[in-house]
Design a protein around this ligand. Sequence first.
Ligand SMILES: Nc1ncnc2c1ncn2[C@@H]1O[C@H](COP(=O)(O)OP(=O)(O)OP(=O)(O)O)[C@@H](O)[C@H]1O
Length: 697
Amino acid sequence: MGVSTAKQDQQSPQTIEKSRQAGQSEASSAVGGNGQPRRRVSAESLAAKQREISVSEFFAKNRHLLGFDNPRKALLTAVKEAVDNALDACEEAGVLPEVWVRIDPTGESRYRVIVQDNGPGIVKKQIPLIFGKLLYGSKFHRLRQSRGQQGIGISAAGMYGLLTTGKPVSIVSKTGPRKPAHFYQIQIDTKNNRPEIVNGKGDGVDIPANENIGEFLQPFGLPWNDVEHGTLVAIELEAKYQRGRGSVDEYLFQTAIANPHVTLHYQDPEGKTRDFPRVAEQLPPEPKEIKPHPYGVELGWLVTMLKDTKANTLSGFLTESFSRVSPAVAQKILETAGLSSRANPRRVGRHEAEALFQALQTTKIQSPATDCLSPIGEELILRGLRQLVPGEFYTAVTRPPAVYRGNPFQVEVGLAYGGAPATYRVSLETLEELLAETDARTLRQFLTTTFDGIGPEGADKILQQARLKARMSPAKLKARERQQLCEALQSVNLTEGQTMTVLRYANRVPLLFQAGACAITQTVMSTNWRPYGLSQSRNSLPTGPVTLLVHFASVWVPFTSESKEAIAAYPEIQKELRLAFQAVGRRLGMYLRRRLRVRQQGERRNIFLRYLKEVANAVSVMRGVDRDEVYRDLMEVAKRVTAEADLKLDEHGRPVRDDPTPEEFDGAVIIVNPENEEPAQTVISGKKNSPVQLQMF
Ligand SMILES: Nc1ncnc2c1ncn2[C@@H]1O[C@H](COP(=O)(O)OP(=O)(O)OP(=O)(O)O)[C@@H](O)[C@H]1O
């Protein structure tokens, strides 16, 4: 009734008043004869309907909250959950990760995702709970950087598979070379959020240590890569495979950039394989677990902690439960709160808890320890970017750790400038596949959603060159038009029309959706990039051939939803992001200004040179002096006036003689020689007052 139609909107005020009265009399029919509203339900009848809702029932209905809102995203989410777990497990076990990802088509809009790792494996008893129960995991209750944090991911992917195909999840896990492997087929009982084991008469199957696992699993279509320990997960689900932005391919590519210590093997649904070999042979430093910091605690949480503690005194409670609280600090807090340090924490009343809470917030306490974080580091960011993103100038910055709501976090940013957009690498065959897979309705939409870095402006440029209309349907292109589009993609210069590509990461995991809702994108857009040589309209992404890698690392990432796609905009986080953007922006600005100056001086010298011979001729005729001598003298003058053309970089931005010093850039930088694509200069540690290492990759 609340929906107003166009017809209603045109009604006169009188007609509207009449219908309002009619509406009132209709409503009054719900009033009983005694003038009291008629009661349709009683508290008792409502009570009869009350039922507990299991967490799995809830998420089965609200699957979009977990990233399963459409078949394409479902495929990515399933792969992502399994790969993220594999990487977490390997790193925790101190193993350099090697992960095999395979997507097999099993029917119309059905795929089987198979992910195997060389991690520690999972003990037999835990397998059913991990894969057949939502909210079960090892990471939720600890404060330490990891990819997973909620304990929902992999069981939710299995549940989605079960709901859409009726097939259970298959798991094979082996914990050591002389240990048997465990093979389970598990489905989740959504009503009760409990695992049901389907194979081995409800007990799973053990594969003895001396048996060939690969041969054993062959009849089940499960490929086992021979490792001493590791886990394989296979989930069949309703899905859609499509390349381009937000695809499995893109997720793996971006994972490889931010995880240079990982080797990934990938086989796509068409059987094409791609390997991403590791470029770093060392694991990142292991993050340590920390206790919560007093500034992050909330009153209700404090009350629960007081009730649950095993400490016998308030002083013991504070020092054991929180990080950075020494006995002296505890004493200070308790004095401020007016409480005895020997009081029993389990007997603390409401008012006393509130006083303690206030004292915790107001006492000066050292910031939390930051060894719970494991940033990628400037050197590895540069290596990762250089390996996979083409460009001529690279720089990276790792900010010092900071704190939001008591949680330590760290921001890192890498910037690559000058790479051609992905369109240059598109062959006709790939373009035809992308056109066949897309669900974009217009060509312009196809271009902007398929390729990173193409904004509407760039798309229009390409379509103009291809002589195609922006609103044409991608599915209806004829062979000749597809050819035209491919040629335009490869030839149009997008340097100006390209928008900045932002690669967002949280705890080394690429974030591929909800860019607009993410603090990272919002802060990139609200930062002023114009002083650094990029053009930018107000509150939008800057334009130019720039890729920005942004890594947010924390013991708890404040995601905006359970699907872990966007980071919430806490002011402390936005401040750190902005400082990191400004640091890389300043270095980019320096590089671009220098390049521009060199180019301008080069052009000026060319003009001199064009007329130098004629001037020398005229002077020698007029003054009777030697022409060649005059020419040589004039040449000297031209060189002196345009000396900068010989300095630093030539017109391609290539260092010519005197390369910029590390101190000038004040940070980690790579400048690439565009002619042979070799790094002309690499500065890894160029911070002022610190030893400078120059290193070529
Ligand atoms: N491949 C694996 N090897 C070893 N342990 C694993 C593996 N996959 C999952 N686990 C264990 O299972 C637990 C549950 O995994 P799940 O994906 O459901 O949640 P999570 O990774 O803890 O958090 P999130 O929901 O944020 O992803 C993990 O915490 C981990 O201890």
